[in-house]
Ligand binder design. Structure first.
Ligand code: ADP
Ligand code: MG
Length: 673
């Protein structure tokens, strides 16, 4: 189901766009002020929004050097007549609103009239434009805000804007730009998502070397997701579609002298809220919110209210520390959203906040429930201590045979379980392990508290046992200590219990092996001989446009780490060789994780860091897992290997590898000292 997006109302655009005029000072002063041109992606965003507002059905974007050198956007929209082409570069010049009242119901993506002058003042801009019913078009050139050329020319209908050398005259801002690949991946992600919002339009994004996105019009959102991300991503998503009429509640009443007049015309319909899009199945777990995309009336926004509604919808379905993939398109009457909140127009304010919140939460929850009811054990494991049914007034979650009521009962059950499960404290909390330089992560300490005082009061000091020799407690070099460890066995097939003369040790088998492998991979990489394995079948990986950009940059480093990959079609790569020890499904997971991590990197990619991350990722995916029984000789081998590492105290991600319950602690606990 596709809801009408503002730009889908093509027929209304010529009137809506009208002619450009400069807003009066009083209107201009009501517009959220601030700079919008921060980076190449923000330029692309503004220009892309202009093309959509112009009713274009075909938009082509070309960038070079991550947009730093060149951004060119060509559309087939309504174009501009000569006077407008010049006026467009005046501050607060817009064709989209007229007066302050219009700000209350903005139906276009732009309305501030500031993007073009801002962009033109920090770049070399070349504009070509022709309105379809004009015989000739106009060329305008502006260098750092100064018009250097205006001429008439024979041009195709529509608009083409070329931005060269962004920030050439503002070196301080230029310095803050990130690596080309980072800027390109931001642009790719932005264009991809606008393409997802408008499946009926043609989008293209090209870099100097690659066609990053070529998306001809398709029938609907599912087809677009398939076209842009491929089958695997589509399979992981659950489609969602819901409509809810808006209540009259809270709508401002017209003044008494106008009510009669209005009654003659019939009551104003409050309209309805619609949502469509996709949410991911519970198995998909992202480490941050970067895969959550929300559009309100065709505008890509970041909004806490919607984010919260989504988290609520996934409560007890996803653990609280991970996030889903979400692509949500919300449509509501323009009077219901205030878009004049932030200069970059990425924030909005909903007029009926709680109605909106509950609508999103319940629609997403219902879609999740329909796709797969929550298994009991998941609710139990993932139950959040504060999870509980929260019924806000106006919520649609009423008892009955609806998906929403099933949601409530699942939440209620999980809460009961949580309360019972939380009573006995974990046994580890009774011990205090001296972390003297061993458990390097500060996080390790808080969960390990002192022995309860009650113990000494009951037992007292009877002095019947012979005194033990004094122990030296030198934190110093760990290697000799680790080398003398004798494994006793495993706790729950996950932690190795070992002893030596210094005391009792607990070793996390997964992170210990991770540390061993991490150092091994780094050494092999330095010697250019990383162990690798040829896969029986090449593994074909579908990459998002943003991932492709990063892949191109780190592919050499991946090769050095035992990968061999070849392009496969336009947006896939075929992995033929991979590092030894990592199983095929893990390879895919690992590469996606790495590419996602790097594409979010704000700094220029530092190859040293890339190398370490790749090594850490190989180590993590090839390491012995928890819940894995190990033979005595394997336990001995692992401890011996750990003793040989340069940094046996922490895993590559900074978690502690070993905990020690020192002789001194043991003696103290038994009241011997
Ligand atoms: P805003 O979008 O907020 O109105 P801009 O500075 O982005 O402000 O653009 C100024 C005006 O230039 C727009 O209102 C529109 O009339 C015109 N314009 C900009 N880009 C295009 C385009 N691609 N096609 C047609 N008209 C455009
Ligand atoms: Mg604009």
């Amino acid at each position: 189901m596709l809801c009408p997006l503002p730009s889908a109302k093509l027929g209304t655009y010529p009137q809506l766009m009208g002619r450009i005029h400069v807003l009066s000072e009083s209107v201009a002063n009501k517009i959220a002020a601030g700079e919008v041109v921060e980076r190449p992606a923000s330029v692309v965003k503004e220009l892309l929004e202009n093309s959509l507002d112009a009713g274009s059905t075909r938009i082509k974007i070309q960038v070079e050097a991550g947009g730093k050198k060149l951004i060119q956007i060509t559309d087939n929209g309504c174009g501009m007549v000569r006077d407008d082409a010049l006026l467009a570069f005046e501050r607060h010049a817009t064709s989209k609103i007229q007066n302050a009242e219009d700000l209350l119901g903005v139906a276009t993506l732009g309305f501030r009239g500031e993007a073009l002058p801002s962009i033109a003042s920090v770049s070399r801009l070349h504009l070509e434009t022709r309105a379809p019913d004009e015989d000739s078009g106009t060329v305008v050139e502006i260098n750092g805000g100064k018009i250097s050329k205006v001429e008439e020319a024979g041009l195709p209908a529509g608009t083409s804007i070329t931005i060269r050398d962004l920030f050439f005259n503002t070196p301080a801002r230029k310095k803050f730009l990130r690596a080309e690949s980072t800027e390109l991946s931001h642009i790719a992600s932005l264009v991809t998502h606008y393409a997802l919002a408008h499946p009926e339009k043609h989008f293209e994004l090209h870099s100097a070397t690659n066609a990053i996105l070529v998306a001809p019009p398709v029938a609907g959102s599912s087809e677009r997701v398939y076209q842009v991300f491929g089958k695997d991503v589509l399979d992981q998503l659950i489609p969602i579609a819901a409509v809810q009429p808006l209540a009259h509640v809270g709508l401002p009443q017209p003044p008494p002298w106008r009510r009669e007049e209005d009654e003659e015309q019939g009551p104003v319909e409050p309209g309805e809220m619609r949502v469509h899009g996709f949410v991911s199945k519970p198995e998909i777990q992202k480490l941050n919110r970067n895969s959550i995309y929300v559009f309100v009336n065709g505008r890509l926004i970041r909004d806490r209210l919607v984010q919260h509604a989504l988290i609520e919808a996934y409560r007890n379905i996803l653990p609280p520390t991970v996030y889903p993939v979400v692509l949500l398109f919300l449509e509501l009457p323009s009077g219901e959203v205030d878009v004049n909140v932030h200069p970059s127009k990425t924030e909005v304010r909903f007029r009926q906040q709680s109605v909106m919140h509950d609508f999103v939460r319940d629609s997403v929850r219902a879609a999740l429930m329909q796709a797969r009811p929550v298994p009991q054990f998941m609710t139990a494991i993932n139950a959040h201590p504060t999870a509980g049914p929260s019924l806000t007034p106006g919520s649609r979650s009423v008892p009955g045979d609806s998906a929403a009521s099933r949601t409530l009962s699942a939440a209620a059950e999980s809460q009961t379980f949580t309360l019972q499960a939380r009573v006995p404290p974990p046994i580890t909390e009774r011990f205090h392990f001296g972390v003297d330089g061993i458990a390097v992560d500060g996080n390790a300490a808080p969960s390990l508290v002192r022995a309860p005082q009650v113990v000494s009061e009951v037992i007292g000091d009877d002095n019947c046992a012979p005194p033990l020799p004094e122990e030296s407690e030198q934190p110093g070099d760990l290697t000799p200590s680790l080398a003398s460890l004798k494994p006793l066995g495993q706790i729950r097939d996950s932690f190795i219990l070992a002893v030596n003369h210094e005391g009792l040790w607990i070793v996390d088998q997964h992170v210990a092996h991770e540390r061993v492998l991490f150092e091994k991979v780094l050494k092999q990489r330095a010697a250019q001989k990383v162990d690798s394995q040829r896969l029986l079948m090449p593994l074909v990986l579908e990459l998002t446009p943003a991932q492709q950009a990063v892949f191109a940059e780190i592919s050499e480093e991946l090769n050095q780490n035992g990968f061999e990959a070849e392009p496969f079609g336009t947006r896939s790569v075929a992995i033929k060789v991979a590092p030894a020890g990592v199983e095929a499904p893990q390879i895919e997971h690992m590469l996606h994780e790495l590419l996602d991590q790097f594409s979010r990197e704000e700094q220029a990619l530092n190859m040293e860091k890339v190398r370490a991350r790749i090594a850490a990722s190989i180590a993590c995916h090839a390491a012995i897992k928890v819940n894995m029984p190990l033979q005595q000789n394997k336990l001995e081998w692992l401890l011996a290997e750990l003793a040989k590492t340069d940094c046996p105290m922490s895993c590559p991600h900074g978690r502690p590898v070993v905990l020690r319950y020192s002789m001194k602690d043991i003696q103290k606990a038994f009241k011997r000292i």
